[in-house]
Ligand binder design. Structure first.
Ligand code: ADP
Ligand code: 5GP
Length: 206
């Protein structure tokens, strides 16, 4: 069995990360979502341990000082981070692990795990992004303004990612993400034993 992919997905707030991944996960049971820790308050409907681990600043700092975070960053006044624990174990089990993280976290993971697959989701325009963020209705006006300002700084970072997915129609964006995964798994560098296997009549394709 080959090792699973480590997939970094970033987008400005309201870019569609959550929606696209939900669609993708409903079709493929081999995918695992890494639940992040955060110091922000839960939105209505968000569940501790499912959407995030909601921690106090003190609890968050403790995890960092104990070396239990793979990466962490501050975003719009709150801390967010990826717990180290299960990521490598899942990959060894052949599961593809998804990190839905901001651009600062994405850059840290790229340095730490050079064979990760990084994907930036772009909205059709700033106008559409604003409309979607407002329609989601999960943030107050001041927070929306802050997130839109941050988006203008995040979007140029798309150039540092391996792939761009345009989130115009949801179905197309989810299908494009699935195609990226498929192509990544077929890279020679992820199948270096394939030639030997054919020559030795192993006849097992994964
Ligand atoms: P993110 O997780 O990147 O912050 P969300 O997945 O929460 O973004 O999407 C923001 C809002 O935009 C949500 O209300 C979602 O339903 C909506 N949305 C996402 N993708 C599309 C799309 N392709 N077409 C229309 N609405 C979308
Ligand atoms: P939200 O508050 O909308 O859930 O997330 C705000 C931003 O924090 C998004 O860009 C999201 O991808 C990012 N984020 C979520 N979890 C993590 C994490 O573990 N690490 C980092 N660096 N960013 C994260």
């Amino acid at each position: 069995m080959s090792k699973g992919l480590l997939v970094v997905v970033s987008a400005p707030s309201g870019g569609g990360k959550g929606t696209i991944l939900k669609e993708l996960f409903s079709r493929d049971s081999n995918l695992v979502f890494s639940v992040s820790a955060t110091t922000r308050s839960p939105r209505p409907g968000e569940v501790h341990g499912k959407h995030y681990y909601f921690l106090s600043r003190e609890e968050f700092q403790k995890l960092i000082s104990e070396g239990k975070m793979l990466e962490h960053a501050e975003y719009c006044g709150n801390f967010y981070g990826t717990p180290k624990g299960p990521v490598e174990a899942w990959r060894e089990e052949g599961k593809d692990v998804f990190l839905e993280i901001d651009v600062a976290g994405g850059a840290q993971i790229k340095r730490l795990v050079p064979d990760c697959v990084s994907i930036f989701i772009l909205p059709p325009s700033m106008k559409v992004l604003e409309k979607r963020l407002r329609a989601r209705g999960t943030e107050e006006e001041a927070v929306i303004e802050k997130r839109l300002l941050t988006a203008r700084k995040e979007i140029p970072c798309a150039k540092d990612y391996d792939y761009i997915v345009f989130n115009d129609r949801l179905e197309d964006a989810a299908a494009d993400l699935a195609s990226i995964l498929k192509a990544e798994k077929l890279k020679y560098t992820r199948n270096t034993d394939s030639i030997e296997r054919v020559l030795n009549n192993a006849e097992t394709f994964r």
